[in-house]
Ligand binder design. Structure first.
Ligand code: AMP
Ligand code: ZN
Length: 113
């Protein structure tokens, strides 16, 4: 966990463009945005990925979706946005700390690549 990039961002050891923080989650802009609005919301607890969500730690996931609903309103996303969680190497997960991408303010194709 000590080598985790997102744990270091939460701790302030690596700078980020923070949008929001509370006792259980942290939101910041993605360093390589794929849409006019692209931010990440992460639990403060180190959870490696979606495959590590359990009955014991899952409350933060619902909380994060509630935070996303608030932040997208605040950022004037007009209730149009996509939430993405990549899990595992084949899905393109590069940072092994659970995170929710929020993409907005452009038309998004489906299916994703
Ligand atoms: P994923 O590929 O789904 O694991 O997403 C990881 C995301 O983290 C990518 O979209 C990266 O652009 C983003 N990222 C990597 N390093 C940083 C950083 N220092 N600050 C903000 N976002 C980052
Ligand atoms: Zn971490």
């Amino acid at each position: 966990m000590n080598d985790c990039l997102f744990c270091k961002i939460i701790a302030g050891e690596i700078p980020s463009k923070k949008i929001y923080e509370d006792e259980s989650c942290f939101a910041f802009y993605d360093i390589d945005p794929q849409a006019p609005v692209h931010f990440l919301v992460i639990p403060k607890a180190h959870i490696t990925g979606a495959n590590e969500i359990t009955a014991e730690n899952c409350a933060v996931v619902g909380h994060i979706y509630a935070v996303i609903a608030q932040l997208t309103k605040k950022l004037d996303c007009k209730d149009d946005y996509r939430v993405v969680t990549n899990c595992g190497d084949l899905a393109g997960q590069t940072v092994k700390h659970l995170h929710f991408h929020v993409l907005a303010k452009r038309s998004l194709a489906w299916p994703p690549g």
